[in-house]
Design a protein around this ligand. Structure first.
Ligand code: HEC
Length: 120
């Protein structure tokens, strides 16, 4: 059992290690543009959310889900959200997540990085 858990942890973090450089300014800026052009229409210009569209600015539920899970939502959509699999490249989907992470309140980010082993 221990081995299985270890394998899962390694898998989980390697999916993310690929992103690397969470605080890379370049990635954040690319992600910001992608967000304005593709996501703000539903999630709000500042990711503040509205009506049935969840806030992504760290004040809602978003900081409870693993990066892998959030990326899966962006890739495959669901629950009223379109899939971005064919619209955005993998790097672009990752960059938009890095951007969102960058605007979260310090406290939320700190907790998230610790929980999901992210080196900022
Ligand atoms: C047409 C409206 C719409 C667009 C455009 C849209 N979303 Fe969403 N998004 C939603 C809805 C609705 C949900 C809630 C899905 C659910 O509850 O299952 C959601 C959920 C999410 C979640 C999960 C939030 C959580 O708390 O678990 C993330 C992350 C997300 N969206 C990111 C994005 C990103 C990044 C983009 C742009 C690339 C985007 N969305 C574009 C409607 C949209």
């Amino acid at each position: 059992m221990k081995k299985v858990i270890f394998a899962l942890v390694v898998l989980g973090s390697s999916a993310f290690a690929e992103i690397g450089g969470w605080s890379s300014v370049k990635k954040i800026n690319i992600g910001k543009n992608i967000f304005s052009n593709n996501c703000a229409v539903c999630h709000g210009e500042k990711a503040e959310g509205r009506a049935n569209f969840p806030a992504l600015n760290g004040k809602g539920h978003v900081g409870h889900h693993s990066p892998k899970k959030l990326l899966a939502q962006i890739t495959n959509g669901g629950g009223g959200m379109p899939a971005f699999k064919s619209k955005l490249s993998k790097q672009e989907r990752e960059a938009v997540l890095v951007y969102l992470h960058s605007i979260w309140p310090k406290r939320v980010k700190h907790h998230y990085n610790k929980k999901f082993n992210i080196k900022d």
